[in-house]
Design a protein around this ligand. Sequence first.
Ligand code: BTN
Length: 252
Amino acid sequence: MGFGEITVHYETADSTNEEAKKYVNEDNAHGMLIYADSQRNGRGRRGKRWISDPGDGICMSYIIKPDMHPAEASMLTLVISLAVRESVDALTEIDAMIKWPNDIVINGKKTAGILTEMQTDGEKINYVIAGIGINVNMEKVPAEVADTATSLFIESGLKFTNKDVSELIGKYMDIYYDIFCRTKDMSLLKNLYEKNLVNMNRKVYITERENTMEYTAIGINDRGELLVKEDDGIIKTIRAGEVSVRGIYGYT
Ligand code: BTN
């Protein structure tokens, strides 16, 4: 089944990631899209809240049943960011970028975020829920994220229906998921990802637990890890999930 071929739509939900979990054992669950126009309890990465009030945008969750090892499936988040970026770009005709590992950025501000959750049984993946939140028609960014967030409307002056946005993302999900599954790594998508990586060849601060270090980002490897260079030329690999990344002059 293609991504979004089966779709369940809610006006509002607590969290579409939670809602999606109710459907994981259905026949043809792979690719199923659960989306809502707002959430009461939207969740972001690293325990943060995802603001998703009515009219702000789309809250989508895909059920994915990948036939691969959990370590390989952890790269899905980068694959999804490619699909979301491409859709945002196609809709707004503005060059959208990816902030590693998976924030979608326009003009240096975040317009979409991705939260993937994986359920495994040892080495076997039961399911992955890929949650995507996009600020679509939001007219004003909430004060608490005013410095770092934006929306498709704020950047392009255009409004879109959530249905149009989700259909486009489904189309690009089909394309990039298929390419990813050929090798189960980022080798075929690495060049495209790096071309759209906002951090590329830029100074970044990496915070790991309490410790913040400054590096230059130089790309990703086939496992989707961020490659950074220290001042002395030594190259380090940074794994998503363990760290937060920001630019030295602000969010990017
Ligand atoms: C991030 O922090 O950048 C990730 C945000 C992910 C938000 C989406 S909205 C749909 C899905 N349901 C949730 O509760 N969170 C994700």
